[in-house]
Structure formats: structure tokens, C-alpha cells
Design a protein around this ligand. Structure first.
Ligand code: ZN
Length: 485
């Protein structure tokens, strides 16, 4: 594959196969992918109906294989008392410290307070966003913990939240950072504890997670002066919902060599944000019909949010075919995110895979000169840099081109001069660096989204009120090595 790099002026043919797009004019090879071609999810597998009628399935995984889901749910009941299905049962405000526990604001006068003691009761918990509403995916999310010092002595309580997802597997009892909460004697207060969108399990596993939409449950560990460490798994309000939004949680694996090659010093986070907001336009073949000053995100109506992981490199001693490269990215995710298996996709009609720890999409940045590779409709891509053209515009174009594949757009050949087919040739790109989309690519992405939305009965269109969750199908691969991009 290394021999395929030629000057961009020599762009020539492009061969389109039924399941593979190979952009290699030297020796087009038919890469066979089709990891999941035999198991398409059926419309009646619970996705369509569950959304409207069955509360516990509303936010469940939309991937194929409901029997897997059931198995996973069964497994997840063993998580320290936080069972997935007790959302609708009223939880009583049981004393958890062995002392009578009044609600905040209603002091219990029946019990004399011990002025010499620091003794705290957790009263309830309420998870909200920073506007005090139901948190949407990507919001600033706060665990508002109501607690009361039922003793007369001031002190500091150490509180450690543990988070369990009811939607994602291997997302059980994830330890969040410990916070110190100071309380005066007899003080009752509500302490907001922020949950980040991305977090590592501090319980020692080093697994990485994203706070995707779905149902969650909280447990707490508390400890303080005179208060022995104890776990509280039945606190009132422990179950909460992260509702859908247009946010796409994207894991980015990178290595400094990529930025050295493109001579960019702004850092990976800025690079990704710049790329996904780089100005673009839609063209019907004759003229620009719509412009997007904020680029791909604005055009798609999404907000791509990046969690970056340093250290990724492709290994040329491993399988370095198109599929091999994408598999290397997927293998890396297993190691880096601590997944039980490599990062998974399902198909064009599915949502974020339940085994991916809440991440929607992933990108590997490589300094290898293969250009880019992506699963069409998939959630994995690799973006390399051409030896012939290491410009910033070209490198960012590859990233967005591959993302276009992930969102369901194939190459638009034989049309030439648009971002999904030899985009660097377009006059508007040459003039001001705009990424120019042909309408056929937009239609392909819209169709993909409409198909998926029809399955789940939500709203459709590229405005994406219900869009990703990124996602996931490995039925096709676009091999954009060599000449194409
Ligand atoms: Zn391509």
C-alpha cells in the first residue's frame, strides 16, 4: 500500500465494487469485510415498539441481538443492589446511618442531637443539568446530593459515587472521583457533584467511559470522622436518565507524529474541533445551494465531542490492508478503553453498540500515508496523511471525508471535485478552503438516517433531533488510500 502514493495531479480511475470502494488505481483489490452481513436486525426486534411502549426498553440498546441484551441485564443485577428494573418502584427514604433521618429542612426534634458527634445521613439524590432540568447527553451533569449532619459537630464527609448504566454492558459500579463535603453541626445541605461526560473507572480497572444517553443508577460510599466507611445503594432518587441529544461522543486515538507531519502545533483537541467546524457548502452540481460557516457539525446538526487518547500507532508488521488497518484501530480501542472486546459496530440502522462503554464513534490518527479508511455507516475510521500532500487542508479533508463514510455517504464518483470524491479539486476548496459536498452525498446520509429513524419511530432528517449516537455497520469499507482523497 505504501507504493500507491502518487501525486494528486495523477488522480485517475476509481473502481466501485458492490461492497467495497477501492480508491487505488494501481492495484485495486477487493477487500472483503462484511462482519455482520448475515444478521440484520428486524424491525420487530423491540426497537420500534419498545421506544413507545416499554419504559425499560426505551433507552435500551438499539443494536441487534436482544437475547444478548437480556443476558446482559441479568448480569447487571449483580451490582451491589442497584437492580436495573426497579426504576418505577417507589424507593423509601430509609435511614442509612442507623440514626433517624429527617428530610432536609424539617428538623426532627424527637431525637436529641449529640453535640459531640459528626454523623451524616444521606437524604436523597437528584441528577440534573446545570439548568436544573433533565440532563441531555453532553450536558453539564450534576449529582445533587441532599445530606444532613444529624450530629452537632462539624466535619467533612468523603463521598464516592458509583455509576451503573442500564443500557451499556461492562458499565457497572464505575467508581467516580471522591469529593469532600463539609457540614457544620446540624447542617442540612444539597451538595452538587459534577459528573464529567468522559471518565475513567477509579476502581482500578482503568476502563474509560462516556456518559451516553440512557438510564443509570447511583450508589455511594461515604466515610468521615467517626463514620465508618459504608456503601449506600438504595438512596431515594438513585435512578436517573440522560436523555438524547445531537451530541456524538468520539474517541480519538493519536500520536504526536501525526501532528509533526502536518506541522500543526495547536493540539489534538483544537485540531479536531477545527476540522469538524471547518466551513463547508452543499452544491447541486452547478452551484452552491447552502453554506455552513461552522462546517460538518452545523451541516449535520450534530455536536461532535472528542475524548482524546495519546499513544496510538499503526503497526506495519500487522495486517496493513484496509480491513487490517481498521481492525488495528478497533483492537487499540479494546486496550485503551478497556472494552471486553474490540470496538463494535452493527449496521446502518443501529445505534451505538452496547459494548462500547458509551462511545459513539472512534477515529485513529496516523502519520502513515494511506490517506484514510472508514467503515461505511460504521463507527470506526482511520485517517492518515498523504506523503504527497501533508497540508492542513488535505489532512482535515481526509478526516471529514472518512466521517462522511461513517455517516453513510459512499463515494460520489464518477462525479469529481467534491469532498466525497476528489474534494481537493473543487474550485471553492482551492479558492478559500471550503469543503464542498455534492447533494448526492447529502441524500445518501439523509436516507441512511431516515431509514434508521423509521425503525425507531422517532423524528428524522439531518437535523438530527434523534441522530447519533454515531454508529455502526461494518458491511462496507471505503478504502481511500492512494489517489482518491
Ligand atoms: Zn473515501
Amino acid at each position: 500500500m505504501a507504493t500507491l502514493q502518487k501525486s494528486t495531479a495523477r488522480l485517475t480511475s476509481l473502481l466501485l465494487f458492490a461492497s467495497v470502494v477501492a480508491c487505488n488505481d494501481a492495484a485495486p483489490t477487493r477487500a472483503v469485510i462484511s462482519k455482520s452481513s448475515s444478521s440484520k436486525p428486524s424491525v420487530s426486534d423491540g426497537d420500534a415498539t419498545g421506544v413507545k411502549t416499554e419504559p425499560e426498553d426505551t433507552l435500551g440498546d438499539k443494536g441487534s441481538g436482544n437475547s444478548d441484551d437480556d443476558e446482559d441485564k441479568a448480569n447487571e443485577t449483580d451490582n451491589g443492589g442497584t437492580k436495573p428494573k426497579d426504576m418505577d418502584k417507589p424507593t423509601t427514604d430509609k435511614p442509612s446511618t442507623g440514626t433517624p433521618k429527617p428530610d432536609v429542612g424539617t428538623p426532627d426534634t424527637s431525637m436529641p442531637m449529640n453535640p459531640e458527634k459528626f454523623d451524616v445521613s444521606l437524604v436523597s439524590v437528584d441528577v440534573k443539568n446545570d439548568k436544573n432540568g433533565i440532563p441531555l447527553k453532553g450536558d453539564n451533569v450534576f449529582i445533587n446530593l441532599s445530606l444532613k449532619n444529624v450530629g452537632g459537630k462539624a466535619g467533612t464527609l468523603k463521598v464516592t459515587p458509583y455509576l451503573t448504566s442500564k443500557r451499556f454492558t461492562d458499565f457497572t459500579n464505575v467508581k467516580l472521583p471522591t469529593v469532600d463535603i463539609a457540614l457544620k453541626g446540624a447542617e442540612a445541605k444539597v451538595a452538587p457533584i459534577k459528573i464529567e461526560n468522559f471518565f475513567q473507572d477509579l476502581g482500578g480497572s482503568k476502563k474509560e467511559y462516556a456518559l451516553n444517553r440512557g438510564e443509570y443508577s447511583l450508589a455511594f460510599e461515604i466515610e468521615g470522622e467517626g463514620i465508618a466507611k459504608k456503601r449506600i445503594a438504595d438512596l431515594k432518587g438513585k435512578d436517573f436518565l440522560i436523555d438524547k441529544s445531537n451530541v456524538v461522543f468520539t474517541a480519538v486515538y493519536w500520536h504526536q507524529s501525526y501532528f509533526d507531519k502536518v506541522k500543526y502545533t495547536g493540539g489534538v483537541q483544537k485540531w479536531m474541533e477545527e476540522t469538524f467546524s471547518r466551513k463547508g457548502e452543499i452544491n447541486d452540481g452547478n452551484r452552491t445551494t447552502k453554506s455552513f460557516a461552522k462546517g460538518f457539525d452545523e451541516m449535520m446538526g450534530i455536536r461532535t465531542v472528542f475524548k482524546t487518547f495519546e499513544g496510538f500507532r499503526l503497526d506495519r508488521n500487522k495486517d496493513f490492508s484496509g480491513v487490517g488497518i481498521l481492525n488495528q484501530v478497533e483492537d487499540y480501542s479494546k486496550e485503551r478503553l478497556g472494552l471486553k472486546d474490540r470496538f463494535k459496530g452493527t449496521d446502518c440502522n443501529s445505534f451505538t453498540h452496547k459494548d462500547n462503554h458509551g462511545f459513539d464513534m472512534q477515529i485513529g490518527l496516523s502519520n502513515d500515508g494511506f490517506g484514510g479508511l472508514a467503515w461505511v455507516c460504521g463507527n470506526t475510521q482511520a485517517s492518515g496523511i498523504f506523503d504527497a500532500d501533508t497540508s492542513k487542508g488535505r489532512a482535515q479533508m481526509i478526516l471529514i471525508h472518512e466521517t462522511g463514510h461513517n455517516f453513510g455517504a459512499p463515494h460520489c464518483d464518477p462525479i469529481q471535485g467534491f469532498i466525497m470524491c476528489s474534494g481537493e479539486k473543487h474550485a471553492n476548496y482551492l479558492r478559500d478552503g471550503s469543503f464542498v459536498w455534492h447533494q448526492v452525498s447529502i441524500d445518501a446520509m439523509k436516507k441512511r438516517e431516515a431509514d434508521r429513524i423509521n425503525l425507531v419511530g422517532g423524528v428524522g432528517g439531518l437535523s438530527l433531533a434523534a441522530m447519533p449516537d454515531g454508529n455502526a455497520a461494518n458491511e462496507e469499507i471505503a478504502v481511500c488510500n492512494g489517489e482518491h482523497m
